[in-house]
Design a binder for this molecule. Structure first.
Ligand code: MTE
Ligand code: MO
Length: 204
């Protein structure tokens, strides 16, 4: 497939190339770096004490230990990411478990989700933005275990929204009937955060 060939083989990432430019949302620039943006110190939770839980408006709460989580079916994911501070990165390569896999077979009443993390960070999303192959809990980046500063051992990856929604050091999802703003959303960031509509701040 032509599109696939271009995105896989492309290393120069020149914005003037229309195939590249069409993948950069308004107001964003491309960076070859992988900046670290954390609101606090990097938490270091030993894997023996790590778990992942789904709670709230679900038929049954679910919990996985690290070993159980790593035994789940996983996928390789190649996606573009967009930070609200205006950098974008094309073709980032991750490995992780689809949220669909974690929710499989479960009836949910809630339409909203708060992702919660070691260190206390939270972010909110509509449940529909986490399902249908649009979001993952990832534990590897570029073929190596996810570095602690980038959210290791595991982070949420929701590439179609600004990157603050991709909660680092994520430990679970709380499913709720109503929307509740997370950390940055309470401080004036946009509730939804679509980079293609430049939803950076409340009111955008
Ligand atoms: N737990 C947690 N997750 C977080 C953050 C944070 O401060 N704490 N920062 C968010 C923001 S604002 C961005 S842009 C991305 C940055 O991810 P990176 O440091 O891997 O580039 O993580 C998001 N997830
Ligand atoms: Mo950010």
């Amino acid at each position: 497939m032509a599109g696939n060939f271009i995105s896989r083989g492309f290393r120069g990432r020149r914005r003037e190339d229309p195939a590249v430019a069409s993948r950069v949302p308004p107001g964003q620039y491309l960076t070859p770096d992988f900046p670290v943006l954390s609101a606090g110190p990097t938490p270091l939770t030993p894997l023996a004490r790590w778990d992942f839980t789904i709670t709230g408006a679900v038929g049954q709460s679910r919990r996985w230990t690290w070993d159980e989580f790593r035994a789940l079916p996983s996928e390789a994911i190649t996606v573009d990411i967009h930070c609200v501070t205006k950098w974008s990165k094309l073709d980032t390569v991750w490995e992780g478990v689809a949220i669909d896999t974690l929710l499989a077979g479960d009836e949910t009443d809630g339409a909203f989700v708060t992702a919660f993390c070691d260190g206390g960070y939270t972010t909110n999303l509509p449940l529909a933005d986490l399902t249908g192959g649009k979001a993952w809990i990832v534990y590897a980046y570029d073929g190596a275990p996810l570095a602690p500063e980038h959210g290791g051992p595991a982070r949420l990856l929701v590439p179609h929204l600004y990157f603050w929604k991709s909660a680092k050091w994520v430990r679970g999802l709380q499913i709720m009937p109503r929307d509740r703003p997370g950390f940055w959303e309470s401080l004036g960031y946009h509730d939804y955060g679509d980079p293609w509509r430049e939803q950076r701040y409340r009111g955008d």
